[in-house]
Ligand binder design. Structure first.
Ligand SMILES: Nc1nc2c(ncn2[C@@H]2O[C@H](COP(=O)(O)OP(=O)(O)OP(=O)(O)O)[C@@H](O)[C@H]2O)c(=O)[nH]1
Ligand SMILES: Nc1nc2c(ncn2[C@@H]2O[C@H](COP(=O)(O)OP(=O)(O)OP(=O)(O)O)[C@@H](O)[C@H]2O)c(=O)[nH]1
Length: 441
């Protein structure tokens, strides 16, 4: 089930980052050993009442000449229209209604996307109320006055945002076809891979409009089974903007990954694996998605009998935060090994949805404890009582212990490895939740 996406759009300096930080707060998921992205605060998961959604800050416009601001705002708004379920359009009560606000409002209105008009910097309600009313002129509905700095008005704002989410029983959720996102740096061969898969296999292609987002998905049939490639039309069609801002490509990646079951991370063999690849892979890792690393352009490099081995090690080193990732070497040009992609995808999905019986899990844990004593601190030893699997996609386990503080990351990793020794779980991360239970309970 993918989380709804909310995008913040607005001119420079209206307070987008301030609101983003106020809402994301400590909820921002920072996985310690994942590189980059989450800490860039471009996106974060926000919880409000019983809802979780992904908040995206489309900001990052360099305040320059007005012309540039307007064209970049249009770009920003387009990204939001393409990817978000709800758009939070932010204006600044102190600056008042500005021409570029009206132009962007026109664009948003034409998109028929749910928009929440957010009037920021209303630090004193009475003083600014008349100015807030002015924003009715934008013709995109009621203005919601807030003060991001003082965290005022955020509750009403979030209530409104949540009320606009699509019904939870959408077509997308009933659809059990595997959904695949192909991501990677520019020029690594994402489009070439998809075109090859479409072309050679004489697959039936149909465009399925996203249920609430404007992303265009592509259906591919392989071996009698249907797979959905997310937002591939945008990939195959060359980007209008030559050098898409890194921020925007991260936003596109996040929103595609959010909807995917399996994420194919494409790496260019001729360039080698880089930190930027790690950053992109980190987005999928953070979200607990199935991951397949595909090293493309394998035809284009000089090889001897050790090349694959060396290359695999290099990939594992740069992507050391996801040792479970499956790696394969392909060529979109020659089609080498490309058909294997579907086998791997099937295998990863199976692992993502695998459920292990509680009895078996507890046996594995008891054996692991017998082999390696749990850590202790100041005379108190960690006791592990019970383990059970509570969810799939990714497989999630709860471990009951006497004292959470004693459960070191390294011991969790040790247990994870023991579980993987038995069940593999290739291509998927595993999530562990540690709960305390008192001895006498
Ligand atoms: N008085 C007041 N100032 C605010 C409020 N929210 C933000 N500001 C200030 O407005 C300025 C701009 O805020 P940012 O959050 O950086 O604005 P932004 O829209 O992210 O700007 P860009 O990154 O340039 O797109 C900062 O000096 C903030 O402290 C508010 O609610 N009241
Ligand atoms: N030798 C070789 N070249 C390839 C292979 N796959 C792609 N290329 C070339 O790499 C270049 C980029 O390929 P694209 O498929 O456009 O890459 P992309 O990742 O979709 O690029 P963006 O749309 O910019 O993100 C093209 O010139 C392709 O011909 C391959 O397997 N071998």
């Amino acid at each position: 089930m993918s989380k709804p996406i909310v995008a913040i759009v607005g001119r420079p300096n209206v307070g987008k980052s301030t609101l983003f930080n106020a809402l994301a707060g400590e909820n921002i998921s920072i996985v310690k050993d994942t590189p980059g992205v989450t800490r860039d605060r471009i996106y974060a998961d926000v919880e409000w009442l019983n809802h979780t959604f992904t908040l995206i800050d489309t900001g990052g416009i360099e305040p320059d000449s007005n012309d540039i601001i307007l064209s970049q705002m249009r770009e920003q708004a387009q990204i939001a229209i393409d990817t978000a379920d709800v758009i939070l359009f932010m204006v600044d009560v102190k600056q008042g209604l500005v021409d570029s606000d009206s132009k962007v409002a026109d664009m948003l209105r034409r998109s028929h996307k749910p928009v929440v008009l957010t009037v920021n910097k209303v630090d004193h309600h009475e003083k600014f109320l008349a100015d807030v009313y002015e924003f009715y002129n934008l013709g995109i509905g009621d203005p919601f006055p807030i003060s991001s700095v003082n965290k005022q008005g955020l509750g009403d704002l979030l209530d409104q945002v949540i009320s606009l989410f699509p019904e939870s029983v959408t077509e997308e959720e009933e659809d059990d076809r595997p959904k695949i996102a192909v991501v990677g740096k520019p020029n690594v061969g994402k489009s070439s891979i998809i075109n090859k898969l479409l072309g050679e296999n004489r697959v039936i292609v149909s465009n399925i409009a996203g249920t609430t987002r404007d992303a265009i998905d592509t259906e591919v049939q392989w071996d009698g089974k249907e797979y959905v490639f997310i937002d591939t039309a945008g990939l195959r069609r060359k980007n209008k903007i030559k050098e898409e801002l890194e921020r925007y490509s991260i936003i596109r990646t996040v929103t595609a990954v959010e909807r995917a079951d399996v994420v194919v991370v494409v790496i260019d063999a001729t360039e080698g694996v880089t930190e930027q690849d790690a950053k992109i892979a980190g987005i999928a890792h953070d979200r607990g998605k199935g991951i397949l690393v595909v090293v493309n352009k394998w035809d284009a490099i000089e090889k001897d009998d050790k090349t694959i081995y060396k290359y695999t090690n290099k990939v594992k080193e740069v992507l050391s935060f996801m040792p479970y990732a499956e790696i394969m070497f392909v060529s979109a040009e020659t089609g080498q090994r490309l058909p294997k992609l579907f086998e791997k995808i099937d295998m990863i999905i199976e692992n993502q949805t695998m459920r292990i019986a509680t009895g078996v899990l507890n046996e594995i844990m008891s054996e692991a404890i017998a082999l390696q004593q749990p850590p202790s601190d100041k005379g108190k030893r960690l006791k592990l009582y019970y383990i059970t699997q509570v969810a799939v996609k990714p497989p999630t386990f709860v471990i009951f212990v006497n004292d959470k503080k004693l459960m070191h990351f390294s011991y969790t990793r040790y247990l994870e490895n023991k579980i993987r020794d038995t069940f593999g779980f290739k291509g998927t991360s595993l999530k562990f939740i540690i709960r305390e239970r008192k001895d006498n309970e």
